[in-house]
Structures are given as C-alpha cells and as structure tokens.
Design a protein around this ligand. Structure first.
Ligand code: ADP
Ligand code: ASP
Ligand code: MG
Length: 405
C-alpha cells in the first residue's frame, strides 16, 4: 500500500466530465489499496479570466486582493472534485491552503512555501478520506491568502508530498510526459523515460512550463520522486529523479524556449569603476532578477550595457533604469526590446563534452538566425534571438542534436 500524491492541472479538470474522470481515477487507486491526496489547479482558463476581471478594474490591483481573487479558482475545482467523488461513493474532504497548513512568506502573487504541516492531511487520510487540496494557494503568518506564482499547483503538490512523505508525486497533465522539446512546438519531440532533477530544473527555468521551477527545486531538496504523466491515458510518463549512470551519457537532454524575456539597453554609459554596480544594485533592490548581461568594449570612455529581464518586470526595469541613466550620465538613454526569445539546450553531458555550444551557434547560423546575447552554465547554453525565429530555432536545434526518434 502506497501513499500517493496526485496533481491535476487545469486542462485535466477543465470540465465537469473531466472532473468526473479524475474522480474515477482516484477511486481506482483507492480500490488498489492506496491512500490518495489530490492537488487540483483551477479549471482551464479560469486563472486568466479572473486576472482579466481585475485588470478591467485597475491597471495595478493590490497584490493581496489579486491573491484573494485568483485563489478562488482552485477552491472551486477542489469542491467540485469532492462532490464528484462523493457521488461515486468515495468519502472525500477538500482543504484550502490554510486548512492544509501550507505556510508561505508574504510576497503576494509569488509567495514561497516556508512549511507544510501535514498533520491535518494525515488525520483525514487515517479516517479513510480521499483528500483534495486546492493548489497554488497558501497562507502567510498573518493569515492572508497568498499564491505561489503561475503554475504553482505543481509546487503545492511536491511540498505536500514531501511533508507527508508520500511514495510518489504524480503530476497529471495534458501531455504524457517530459519531452525533448515542447511537443506542441516540435513534432519530432520524443518522450523521455527519465530525467535528472538538475536537467529538469534548467528546462523549467528556461521555459518548459510542464513543471514549475520551484516544484523541481523542492523535489530535489527533499528527494521527492516526480512522475509526469497524462490524465487521459494510463501509460507510464517520465520519472524526474536523482542522477544515475543511464542519465549521464546524454549530452543534450532537451531544447526549450522562453518568450517571457525582454532586452534592456543603456547606451553611452561612462566606463568607470562602480558604474555597473550602481546600475544593478537598484534593480536588485526592486526585486528584479537580471538574466543575461553584455557589456560592450568601450569607445572614448563610453560603453553600452545590455541585460535581459522577464517580461513581467520590464515596466519596472524601464522605470528604474530610466532614472539611473540620468543619474550616472548615460547620455544615450534606455531602450527596451521585447521582440526577443531565449532558446536553450540543456544536458548533463555538456559538463564533459566540448563543442556543444559551438554546434548550437553553427546550427542557428546555418538557418540565418542571428544571436544577440549568450549565456552558459555547466549544463546549459542559451541564446537570445528575434522572437519570430522561436519555433524554427527549437526545431533546428532539436533535429541538429538528433534528439528525435
Ligand atoms: P497543467 O495545466 O497541467 O499544469 P501546463 O500547461 O502548465 O499544464 O504544462 C503542460 C504543457 O507544457 C504542455 O502542454 C506542453 O505544451 C508544455 N511543455 C513545454 N515544454 C515541454 C516539454 N519539454 N515536455 C512536455 N511538455 C512541455
Ligand atoms: N491556476 C494557476 C495557474 O494557472 C496555478 C496552476 O495551474 O498551477 O497558474
Ligand atoms: Mg502547469
């Protein structure tokens, strides 16, 4: 008998029929003798719809109220799933974030989980209930509702799996596993049987939204086994686990792209010690993470500085750098360009193989795709390119590295 945590994403609970399907899957698992805790997302499109309502009223809704609003989506699906379970004879109890004791910090709209007290879930399981927890939401020390950032139900699931020491955390979604590239973009993408936490972490942070980054971080930290699989079939999906020998041989495990990036350029920056620090310190204070950075060779004591930020931060980045440009005497001013996309290749084998980045640059060049910025780490290389080349670049890299069938 196992303790299984299952998470169903928005598409998987997108209609009443689909909710009934999820209920049947839970019932079948319980009949095999397993205890099941299910985490649900809002019904497909609901979070966007709610955010749209807030935006109609205000350009800048208070983040606390936005969290109260969007967390309602998960409340609805948790209740509906319990009603569907009861209807087929399964005793079920729903819990909101505060009831499942998912304690977070107070950074509304992107809160981080500090602690999960699994006691209440354990008690409900011991009483023979199927437990259904609303994903994406938590509660801060003052009792305010918080949410965990887009895709946050994945993180709710892993955090709960860690807290109650579940045997596995199954992430049910609209694809049947983790692929070598987004299967909706790259037709030759191949499902992988296993992938390491490290690779999955890079893929997630570089745009593969199949798992939220934070969920992979938590899984790695607490050694939670993640099984990504389809909510529409019973086929095995992809296991996300620790490294082993069979994984090490892969040079490139996957290709991904990230549209949520924008390029900020400060022109004619005085090239003096301390100037770069003066630019990035206020960005850090404003909680804006900077990704790629390029400083050009200086001419006549002046240089251009380019960096990328996520699109969500671009308005604030423009504000902060605009003021800075004046303060430091960057006479060329600030330009922002969000018509860009970051494509990346990820693989553990890049640690021990030379020439992988060079091959990436060659493949892009052969298709006439210009590279505007580059960043690398031990197991990834990313290139910033024009947005219109996104899908072409993913396919060219995927097939160039022979990741398909
Ligand atoms: P859910 O609503 O179930 O959380 P998401 O839309 O958040 O589902 O994540 C699933 C989607 O992730 C897929 O439909 C797919 O388009 C996308 N995706 C991006 N990269 C990958 C990848 N490498 N493997 C599988 N899916 C991917
Ligand atoms: N409903 C939230 C979102 O759309 C959380 C999730 O689905 O994981 O981002
Ligand atoms: Mg998701």
């Amino acid at each position: 008998m196992a303790l299984v945590v299952q998470k169903f994403g928005g598409t998987s609970v997108g209609s009443l029929d689909r909710i009934k399907n999820v209920a049947r899957r839970i019932a079948a698992r319980r009949e095999e003798g397993h205890s099941v805790v299910t985490i649900v997302s809002a019904m497909a499109g609901e979070t966007d719809r709610l955010l749209g309502l807030a935006r109609e009223l205000s350009g800048r809704p208070k983040s606390r109220e936005q969290d109260v609003l969007v967390s309602s989506g998960e409340q609805v699906s948790a209740a509906l799933l319990c009603i569907a379970l009861n209807e087929i004879g399964v005793p079920a109890v729903s819990m909101m974030g505060h009831q499942a004791r998912i304690e977070t910090n107070s950074v509304h709209t992107k809160a981080r989980i500090a602690r999960v007290d699994g006691e209440r879930i354990d008690k409900a399981l011991a009483e023979g209930h199927a437990v259904v927890v609303a994903g994406f939401q938590g509660v801060d020390a003052e009792g305010n509702i918080t949410t965990l950032g887009r895709g946050g139900s994945d993180t709710s699931a892993v955090a709960i799996a860690a807290a109650i020491e579940a045997d596995v955390c199954e992430i049910y979604t609209d694809v049947d596993g983790v692929y070598t590239a987004d299967p909706n973009v790259c037709p030759s993408a191949r499902k992988v049987e296993k992938i390491s936490y490290e690779e999955m972490l890079e893929l997630a942070s570089l745009g593969a939204k199949v798992l939220q980054i934070r969920s992979v971080e938590l899984a790695m930290k607490y050694a939670v086994k993640i099984h990504v699989r389809s909510s529409f079939t019973s086929e095995e999906g992809t296991m996300v686990t620790g490294e082993d020998e069979s994984l090490e041989s892969v040079v490139v495990a996957g290709v991904t792209s990230d549209r949520k990036t924008a390029k900020v350029t400060l022109r004619e920056v005085p090239d003096q010690p301390g100037v770069v620090a003066r630019i990035f310190e206020p960005l850090a204070e404003a909680n804006i993470s900077v990704d790629m950075i390029i400083q050009n060779v200086s001419r006549d004591g002046l240089t251009d500085l380019t960096f990328t930020v996520t699109r969500d931060d671009v308005a604030r980045a423009r504000e902060v750098t605009g003021e800075l440009a004046v303060a430091i005497g960057a006479t060329g001013g600030v330009t922002v360009d969000d018509d860009v996309v970051k494509v990346s290749i990820v693989g553990l084998g890049m640690r021990s193989h030379a020439g992988v980045a060079a091959k990436m640059f060659r493949l892009l060049a052969d298709d006439g795709i210009n590279i505007e910025a580059i960043s690398t780490s031990e197991i990834k290389t990313s290139c910033l390119i024009r947005a219109k080349y996104e899908e072409l670049a993913v396919r060219v890299l995927h097939d160039g590295f022979e990741l398909g069938h």
